[in-house]
Write a protein of this length. Structure first.
Length: 82
């Protein structure tokens, strides 16, 4: 989060988030969580739970954990179905 929050105000905007997707460290972080960053705008909207057009550290951390959990849960369900 700190890598994206360049001005240190404790939140990031969609523009900041999209620019951060050019940083290999940020991409590596999301890849480690198995979160797809190919659609940065959609990912940002999913993290921005209060629709404030900004994501703070709490939204970011809880959102990443929630999305990571949902992805794994979905993967498990798909594997069971197959």
């Amino acid at each position: 989060f700190a890598e994206m929050d360049k001005d240190g105000d404790g939140s990031i905007t969609i523009e900041t988030f999209e620019r951060s997707m050019d940083d290999e460290r940020v991409i590596a972080y999301f890849n480690a969580l198995k979160l797809d960053v190919s659609d940065a705008r959609t990912l940002f909207r999913l993290l921005d739970v209060d629709s404030s057009d900004e994501v703070n550290i709490v939204e970011f951390l809880t959102g990443c954990a929630r999305l990571q959990g949902e992805a794994r849960s979905l993967d498990t369900k798909i594997m069971r179905w197959q």
